[in-house]
Write a new protein. Structure first.
Length: 364
C-alpha cells in the first residue's frame, strides 16, 4: 500500500445535474476486497439519464428513488489490481498487476433471487455507481467488494478495451433472450454501442437473416462490419413494409429494441410476425404508449425484457479478445476524468459518438 496515495480525484453525484470533481480518500481493501487503479470508465445512456434526473433513477409518484447521493458514478470499467484484502486473491483468482473487470451488480447472495440463481435481479440491487455501498468507477481508484463477480482479462488484450465488457455482456444477454434459431429473421433496432454488440452476438447465432436499423449511416456501416446482412435507415425506408417484403408478408421472427425511442417500440410491434419474440433493452426517458392489442389478441407475441449481463462476461471478454468488434471505432471519445461533464454532453447528444470513456490517469 506504500505506493498508493492517500487521496484521489473522483466525480461525486450530489443529485440530478449536480456532479462534482472532488478529492476523496483512496479506499483501502478489507477482507475479500480488491483495490484497482481505474484504467477506463464508460459513460452509458443510463449514466446520462441519471444525471438528467430521469424518474427511473430518482423516483416519481409511483416508485422510490433508486439512485443515492454522495456516490461516485460509473458501472462500466476496467482496472489494474494494486492491492488485495485478506483472502481476496484466492477468492477472486486475481493477483497484483492483473487487469480485471467486475460485473456491474454486486449480489447479496441472500435474497430470494440470489438463492434461486437469478443473482442479476438481486433485491437490494447494488449496482456500482448508484449506491453508497458500491461506489463506482469515475475515480482514480475503486474497490471490487468481497461479493463481487470479477474476471481477469487475458494477456495481449488491450486493457482499454475491457471497458466494453459490461455493455457487450448486456448485449449478449439481450440476444440470448431472443432465443434465436437458424431459420429466424432477426431485426436489431439501434446501432449504438449496445446495438452493435447485439449485432455481433446475434451473428454468432447464425440466423437466416440479420437486419440492423439506425438513423446514422456511419453506424449502419459499422453494423455491416459486425455481421449484419442488411441495414436500413428508417428515415429513408419504410422498414415495416421492407421487412414484410423480405419475409413473404409475415414479418420478422425476433425484434430486439435498443434505441430507447418510443417510435422504435411501435415499429417493432408492427414489423414482427404472429407468435414472434420482442426483446426490450433500453432505458426510456419518458413512458411509452402502444396498442397492447397487437401484443395479445392480434399476434400473441412473446415479450421479453433484458436486464444486465448474467453469466455473459467470459463470452464478452472472448469476443473482444478475438477481434469480433471494431473496438477502435466503437470507443469514439477518450477524456480525462476532469472532462466528465463534456463526456456526459457528448454521450447525451449521441450523433457523433458511440462509447465515450473517461481515463482517470490521463492528463487534463
Amino acid at each position: 500500500m506504500s505506493q498508493i496515495p492517500e487521496t484521489m480525484q473522483a466525480v461525486v453525484c450530489h443529485g440530478p445535474g449536480d456532479y462534482r470533481l472532488e478529492t476523496r480518500p483512496v479506499p483501502r481493501p478489507g477482507p475479500g476486497e480488491v483495490l484497482v487503479k481505474v484504467i477506463a470508465a464508460g459513460i452509458c445512456a443510463g449514466d446520462v439519464k441519471c444525471f438528467q434526473g430521469t424518474p427511473m433513477f430518482w423516483g416519481d409518484a409511483n416508485r422510490k428513488a433508486y439512485a443515492e447521493t454522495d456516490v461516485i458514478p460509473g458501472h462500466e470499467f476496467v482496472g489494474r489490481v494494486v492491492a488485495l484484502g485478506e483472502g481476496a486473491g484466492h477468492r477472486h483468482g486475481l493477483a497484483l498487476g492483473d487487469v480485471a473487470v467486475s460485473e456491474q451488480i454486486v449480489p447479496c447472495g441472500e435474497c430470494r433471487f440470489c438463492r434461486e440463481g437469478n443473482y442479476w435481479m438481486c433485491q437490494p440491487h447494488d449496482l456500482y455507481g448508484f449506491h453508497r455501498v458500491t461506489q463506482g468507477s469515475w475515480a482514480e481508484y475503486m474497490i471490487y467488494p468481497a461479493k463481487s463477480r470479477n474476471y481477469r482479462l487475458p494477456d495481449g488484450m488491450d486493457p482499454r478495451h475491457g471497458v466494453f465488457v459490461e455493455p457487450l455482456g448486456c448485449s449478449i444477454h439481450a440476444v440470448n433472450r431472443g432465443n434465436i434459431g437458424f431459420n429466424d429473421v432477426v431485426v436489431i433496432s439501434g446501432c449504438g454501442a449496445l446495438g452493435l454488440g447485439m449485432v455481433a452476438a446475434a451473428r454468432m447465432k447464425n440466423p437466416a437473416k440479420l437486419i440492423a436499423l439506425d438513423l446514422n449511416p456511419h453506424r449502419l456501416e459499422l453494423a455491416k462490419r459486425c455481421g449484419a446482412d442488411i441495414v436500413m435507415n428508417p428515415a429513408e425506408v419504410d422498414v415495416v413494409q421492407a421487412i414484410r417484403d423480405l419475409t413473404g408478408g409475415y414479418g420478422c421472427d425476433v425484434y430486439i429494441e435498443a434505441t430507447g425511442a418510443g417510435k422504435s417500440v411501435e415499429q417493432g410491434l408492427l414489423a414482427i410476425r404472429k407468435l414472434g419474440t420482442f426483446v426490450e433493452f433500453s432505458v426510456f426517458k419518458d413512458p411509452v404508449t402502444v396498442d397492447w392489442t397487437i401484443i395479445g389478441d392480434s399476434k400473441e407475441l412473446n415479450i421479453h425484457g433484458a436486464h444486465l449481463s448474467p453469466n455473459t462476461y467470459p463470452h464478452a471478454i472472448r469476443m473482444i479478445a478475438e477481434g469480433r468488434l471494431p473496438m477502435e471505432d466503437i470507443l469514439t471519445h477518450r477524456l480525462p476524468l476532469s472532462g466528465f461533464r463534456e463526456g456526459i454532453d457528448i454521450a447525451a447528444d449521441g450523433r457523433h459518438s458511440l462509447k465515450v470513456i473517461l481515463e482517470p490517469g490521463a492528463a487534463a
